[in-house]
Design a protein around this ligand. Sequence first.
Ligand code: F1P
Length: 346
Amino acid sequence: MTNPPGFYTRQEIASQPAAWQDTLDQIRAQSGALRAFFTAGAYDQVFFTGCGSTYYLSMAAASSFQQLSRRPARAFPASELWLNPRGSYPAAGKILLVAISRSGLTSETLHACQTFLEARRGDLITFSCYPDMPLAAMGQLNLVLPAGTETSIAQTRAFSSLFLASLAASAVWAGRDDLLPSLNDLPQACKRLLDSYALLARQIGQDRQLDRFYFLGSGPRYGLACELSLKMKEMSLSHSEPFHFMEFRHGPKSMVTGSTQIVGLLSEENRERDRAVLDEMKAMGARVLAMGETQADVLFASGLESAARDVLYLPVGQLIAFERSLSKGLDPDHPFQLDAVVKLAE
Ligand code: F1P
């Protein structure tokens, strides 16, 4: 018997609370090793890298790490580190490279790590989900999160679990261990969001009048907006783009029509400015969905500080893409023309 469309993706989205709990337990168990490794390294800069989803994850992780630690961090697609190292790495200084990959098998990520190690620019830590894959043996420290493994091609549970792991590790490296206990509230908050907003996600996903989607976010939320926009493309083959909130006025707003859905990943720090962008686009005819801690359509009310709660933007956004895919008669488990891993012919 064949599975119904979205059989695996539905389970992977729904099981995120348990996957996040496993991830947090694992990071807590390894926090001593993570701290010792980072302290001994005395790094000048931290680079985060990956491909596709895990590149977007790297963008969010670099921003969170720098915000928490006040130390410089950058994110690059693995292909840039591999093929354009001079334009990516600074001329001098010791680097911690954090390579992130669900599969641990993506060619560009493996090449980026290999060339980084050969150039002796610093140390490598890897985050992945499968213990027997090459990436999980390449770093001086390798964190494997089996809770993030997936059958589906588009990442949902893997992305959020790996992002949460990178955030917990960043808190340890930043000397913000005080953040770790509060992360324990996230699995429950995720479950509440999935339960409370399943219907709203379905309504938006099934609205076939919509023909374009824009995901807006700033700071770490920009990387998350990129990921949610990618979900919309991969799963539902819809026109979708991410922007920084304030950038949206600088050109992209010319695309706004009555068939536009804007999803705003509101920050608390800049809530009024973010909100003004959404209000302006609504006045132009766009439909608007605001996600955030307070005064939002998708309301977190988590009580957590900003850096700790960013992962909460993901579940409802993933559900919208999932529902739109189903409503278009597609199978979210099998995005068009995509493979789970990009392996280059050597
Ligand atoms: C990265 C990735 C996926 C994407 C696609 C191709 O994989 O870009 O995010 O969905 O299927 O590969 P990984 O290195 O994180 O395994």
